[in-house]
Design a protein around this ligand. Structure first.
Ligand code: CP
Ligand code: NVA
Length: 306
C-alpha cells in the first residue's frame, strides 16, 4: 500500500491510479465498518479545519461527520469570519493553521489559492471544490461506479452538460483508472483544455461530442451536474438557453440501456440537467454516490492525516 501520510489532495492530477485505488479500498472497508456501527478511530484527537468560501451541504456534513467517526473533530471555518476575509495572506493563514490543526480542507474559487495554501502548510491540504476541480467528488464517483460494476477498467462514462469542475476531475480520474470517457456538451462548454491534456498524459483518450444521444449510446454511466455552478449566477439565463437538450431524461436513459447507471454530484435542478423521475428512478445511484462522499473522504483523511 502506498504511504500517503502528509500528502496534499488539491487535484486528482497529482495522484496515481494506484494511490486513488488505495483510498477506495480503505473507503470500502470503512463503509462496511460504519454500517455495522463498529468503532474505527483511526485519527484519535486529530483536528480538521474546513474553510468554506462557497455554500455546501454534502461536503461540509460529510467531512465534519467523517472526521468525528474517525475519532477526531472538525472545525467549520466560514472564510468571511476568518482574517483571510480582511486581507490576511494565504501564506500566513496556512502557517498559523498548521500549528493548530492536523489537516485542512478548503472550498473556494481559484485553484491557485488552494495550491498556495498547500505550498505553505505543513499539514495536508484537501480541495473541497474550486472553480476548476472537485477531486473529493471524483473519489466518491469512482467508488460508486466500482460498487455498481465490480471494477473500473473499461466502464464507459458519458458526462453530459456543462464541462465544469466536476467534469474535469472525473475525466482525469477516469483516465488514471482505465475508464473510457466521453463528454457531450454544447459548443463553448467543453471541459477545460488543461484538464484534457492531463487526462491524455495519464493515458486516457477522452472523447468529445456535441450530441447527447450519441454519447449516451453504449454508456455504462450517465453523469451530469448543474448548468450554473456557484459563482456563475449572473450567467444563468444564457446557460439555460445554451444547455437546453443536454439534460438526462427518461428517454436518454432508455437509449443507454437498462444496465446503465445514472450519477449526479448534487445539488440537482429538476427539469434542467436531470428530471426528478430519473434522479429517483431505478437506474439512479445518486443517493449512494452522495453517501460515498463520507466514506471516500474518510479513507482519504485516514491515509493523509498524520
Ligand atoms: N456535491 C457537492 O459537493 O455538494 P455540496 O455543494 O453540497 O457540498
Ligand atoms: N459544478 C458545481 C458543483 C457543486 C457541487 C458548482 O461548482 O457549483
Amino acid at each position: 500500500m502506498p504511504d500517503l501520510k502528509g500528502r496534499h489532495f488539491t487535484k486528482v492530477a497529482d495522484w496515481s491510479g494506484e494511490e486513488l485505488l488505495a483510498v477506495l479500498d480503505l473507503a470500502d472497508d470503512l463503509k462496511a465498518r460504519q454500517h455495522r456501527r463498529e468503532e474505527h478511530h483511526l485519527l484519535p484527537g486529530r483536528a480538521l479545519g474546513m474553510i468554506f468560501q462557497k455554500p455546501s451541504t454534502r461536503t461540509r456534513v460529510s467531512f465534519e461527520v467523517g472526521i468525528a467517526q474517525l475519532g477526531g473533530h472538525g472545525l467549520y471555518l466560514a472564510a468571511s469570519d476568518l482574517q483571510l476575509g480582511r486581507g490576511e495572506t494565504l501564506r500566513d493563514t496556512a502557517t498559523v493553521l498548521s500549528r493548530y490543526l492536523d489537516g485542512l480542507m478548503i472550498r473556494t474559487f481559484v485553484q491557485e489559492d488552494v495550491e498556495e495554501l498547500a505550498r505553505h502548510a505543513s499539514i495536508p491540504v484537501i480541495n473541497g471544490l474550486t472553480d476548476s476541480s472537485h477531486p473529493c467528488q471524483a473519489l466518491a464517483d469512482v467508488m460508486t461506479v466500482r460498487e455498481r460494476f465490480g471494477g473500473l477498467e473499461g466502464v464507459r462514462l458519458a458526462y453530459l452538460g456543462d464541462g465544469n469542475n466536476v467534469c474535469a476531475s472525473l475525466m482525469v480520474a477516469a483516465a488514471k483508472l482505465g475508464m473510457p470517457f466521453v463528454a457531450a456538451t454544447p459548443e463553448g462548454y467543453e471541459p477545460d483544455l488543461k484538464a484534457v491534456e492531463i487526462a491524455r498524459e495519464a493515458g486516457g483518450e477522452p472523447e468529445f461530442a456535441h450530441d447527447p444521444q450519441e454519447a449516451a449510446h453504449g454508456a455504462d454511466v450517465l453523469y451530469t451536474d448543474v448548468w450554473t455552478s456557484m459563482g456563475q449566477e449572473d450567467e444563468r439565463d444564457r446557460r439555460l438557453r445554451d444547455l437546453a437538450g443536454f439534460g438526462i431524461d427518461e428517454q436518454l436513459v432508455r437509449l443507454a440501456g437498462e444496465k446503465a447507471t445514472v450519477l449526479h454530484c448534487l445539488p440537482a435542478h429538476y427539469g434542467e440537467e436531470i428530471t426528478e423521475g430519473v434522479l429517483y428512478g431505478p437506474q439512479s445511484a445518486v443517493w449512494d454516490q452522495a453517501e460515498n462522499r463520507l466514506h471516500a473522504q474518510k479513507g482519504l483523511l485516514a491515509l493523509v492525516m498524520p
